[in-house]
Write a protein that binds this ligand. Structure first.
Ligand SMILES: Cc1cc2nc3c(=O)[nH]c(=O)nc-3n(C[C@H](O)[C@H](O)[C@H](O)COP(=O)(O)O)c2cc1C
Length: 394
């Protein structure tokens, strides 16, 4: 075999070895592992099962919280903290240590995640015949960054409420970061059904036109590449990697790379965090190729924008986004936010401008969420901290 063929084979091997992931980082592969099942971080995904079996009779707030913590949120930081001191009331705070200062310098995305949490709390309360009366930022909004004032006061009251049909999809909702099926696009009709879930004054939109989708893929990838080539923003993700069962169970948050494959790769030294950050290494190049793969499989998008960019707008965007994600789940449609071009750090300014232009975001409006939609196999649930660990004064 010539050196070229050898190199090609080796390169193909590396490609198979290093695959997937969105959200900032790395790899995955067909583990097909003998002991893959035993490496499932069962404890870290237990909160999904606990919510399913939760009973409202003991303290309805606990029923509500066991569902709310299943909300999507940036880098799975789970920034919620809940004070249960006042009877029938949940006071929601942002855990300020769980923010992402480099990629989310104004806590916009973290606030959106808290909006997703509030929407699931509301839907879960309705399911047991309660109204969640939500007062936003009762002591004022933290600007330009969140602070230790409450994000919301949620009072549960008996009321004549209608259950929300989206409740049924809370357990199956996912952010699907895998490549989607090529050649199978979401119809314009289904995309509109997803967008119809937008609430609270936010504005939704969808793109199913192939030419526009191609333009958006390019912008989104350029933004992702920028994030990965910018040391401080890339490091923010790398520092949140949880590789293998032990790390995931110890910290059931961040970017989880579970399964035997990653444990072995880590043990063999292929998961060197410093190399992923060093743009001159092969590991960095492989990372780029792996992260890029899903970008080629995005044929449709949905987005949420708001007229203002106050905290209440960001909360409305979060409430809307999770409803869209739940509706997509109902329709068997996979969804993944791609937030890089929406971010406010300096290096990504060109893509920030470009994506706004393509999506016709007006001057003064803010593009809050942008997500690809498509079809793919449902992934495992992502890890969660049990709600009890997020309580203060319980
Ligand atoms: C505001 C916001 C921004 C997000 N941005 C991204 C992103 O850029 N890429 C990505 O893969 N996932 C993104 N996500 C999804 C989270 O990574 C995901 O919700 C989290 O890992 C938990 O997983 P789950 O949604 O499957 O429960 C975002 C979620 C929110 C709420």
């Amino acid at each position: 075999m010539s050196a070229d063929v050898n190199e090609a084979k080796a390169s193909q091997g590396r490609r198979n070895f290093l695959k997937i992931i969105g959200g900032g980082v790395i790899v995955a592969a067909s583990a097909g592992g003998l002991f893959a099942a035993s490496r499932t971080p069962t404890k870290a995904i237990e909160p999904w099962k606990l919510a399913l079996g939760a009973k409202p009779d003991f303290d309805p707030r606990r029923y509500v919280l066991s569902h709310a913590i299943l909300a999507p949120n940036p880098h799975n930081r789970q920034p919620w903290q809940v004070d249960l001191e006042e009877e029938n009331v949940m006071t929601l705070y942002c855990d300020l240590d769980r923010r992402l200062p480099y990629t989310d310098p104004f806590d916009r995305q973290i606030t959106i995640g808290l909006g997703c949490f509030l929407e699931l709390a509301d839907i879960a309360a309705k399911e047991i015949g309660l109204k969640a009366e939500i007062e936003m930022f009762p002591a004022g909004e933290g600007v330009p960054r969140l602070d230790d004032r409450p994000v919301a006061r949620i009072e549960l009251k008996k009321d004549d409420v209608e259950p929300d049909p989206l409740f049924a999809h809370i357990y199956d909702r996912r952010s699907n970061k895998d490549p989607y099926e090529l050649g199978k696009s979401v119809s314009a009709e289904n995309a509109s059904l997803i967008v119809a879930e937008v609430v609270g004054g936010a504005i939704g939109g969808d793109i199913t036109d192939e030419n526009v989708a191609a333009e958006l893929r390019k912008i989104a990838w350029n933004a992702m590449e920028t994030e990965l080539r910018t040391y401080r923003t890339a490091k923010e993700s790398i520092d949140l990697l949880r590789i293998g069962k032990a790390e995931i169970e110890e910290n059931p948050d961040g970017i989880d790379l579970g399964g035997a494959f990653f444990e072995v790769a880590d043990a063999l030294g292929f998961m060197n965090r410093d190399e992923f950050l060093d743009t001159s290494t092969t590991a960095f190049q492989q990372q780029m190729a792996a992260v890029k793969e899903p970008f080629g499989t995005a044929n449709g998008f949905v987005f949420v924008k708001t007229e203002g960019n106050f905290r209440r707008d960001q909360i409305a965007a979060g409430r809307s986004y999770v409803r869209m994600n739940l509706k997509a789940t109902e329709l068997g449609i996979a969804m993944q936010p791609w937030s890089q071009a929406l971010q406010e750090f300096e290096e990504v300014a060109p893509q920030y401008k470009q994506i706004r232009k393509v999506l016709q975001v007006e001057e003064g409006e803010t593009l809050q969420m942008f997500a690809r939609i498509g079809y793919g196999k449902k992934p495992e649930p992502s890890p969660r901290w049990a709600y009890e660990t997020r309580l203060v004064n319980s």
